[in-house]
Design a protein around this ligand. Sequence first.
Ligand code: ATR
Length: 283
Amino acid sequence: MKERISGTTKIVGLLGWPVEHSFSPAMHNAVFEYLDMDYAYIPFPVPPTGLARAVRGLFQAGVKGVNVTVPHKVRVMDCLDEIDPYAQAVGAVNTVTLHQGRLQGYNTDGAGFIASLAEAGFNPTGKRFLLLGAGGAARAAAFALVGAGADKVFIANRTFNRAEALAGALPPNIGAAAGFFRDDLTKVIDACHCLVNTTSVGMYPHAGALPIPAELIKSHLIVADLVYNPVETELLIEARARGCRTVSGLGMLIYQGAASFKIWTGREAPVELMLQVLKKENR
Ligand code: ATR
C-alpha cells in the first residue's frame, strides 16, 4: 500500500476499540488498488473517552469518511450533523461521510443483510421471519426487513424483555416477541419462511454452539447466520444437513462494506474481489 500513498491520496478508515482484528482495511484497500483509486483505508484505534475529539480531529484533518464499529456505533450519533432515517431507527451508525461540510451518518448493515438474502435468491417482501437475539445486530436486521416489506418479524431472545422491547419498536402489525420455550418456538417456526441468528452464539472462539435446538431447524426454512467467524457456523452446517437453504454472514459483511464504499466514493464495489479477500483473511 505504502507506495500508493501520495499528497493527493484520500483517506477513509475505521474507528473502533480495538480495531486490529477487523477485515475492513484489507477488504477496502484491495478494492482501491484493484480499481486504481487514489484512496487508502486506515484503522484508527479510538478509546471510548476520545470519540468526539477523534471524529472532529479526523475530519478536520481531511479524512473523507469512516466506518464505525464496536463500541462507538451508538455514541458516534452525538457527533454528527445529520442521521439517515434507517440509522436513526436502528439507533446506530456504522458509516460517516462529510458532505458539503456536514457530517452525515448512515447504517449500511441492513442494506448488507438484504443484499446477502438477495444474493441467495431470497426476496423478503411478504415473508415471515424469526430473529434469534435482540441486540444491535437484531435491530439492524429487523428494521431492514421492515423496510424490505417483510410480513412479520418475530423476535426470540434469551432475555425475553429485550425481545419485547425490540418487537415493540417495530411497526405493530409486523413486530412480535416470541417465547423461547420449545412449544412456542415450534409454532412460530412453522409459520416462518426464514430463521436469522443475530446472537453471538457459534462465534469464534465458541464455534460449535447452536443458538436453538437442532430439531427446531425445519427443512422449509431459509437459515441465515449473521456470524461470519467462522463462515461455516454449526447452525449453517446443521441447517444444510436438514435440507435448508443457508445464507452465511460473509455476504452481509461484504455488502455493508460495498454500501459504505458507495457512500464515500459514489462507485460500485467489486463484491467478488471483496469475497476473495475475506476468505483469505478468514482462514
Ligand atoms: P450485537 O450488537 O452484536 O447484537 P449485543 O447487543 O451484545 O451484540 O447482543 C447479543 C445478542 O446475543 C443478545 O440478544 C444476547 O442475548 P441477551 O439479550 O439475553 O444477552 C445474545 N446472546 C449472547 N450470548 C448468548 C448465549 N450464550 N445464549 C443465548 N443468547 C446469547
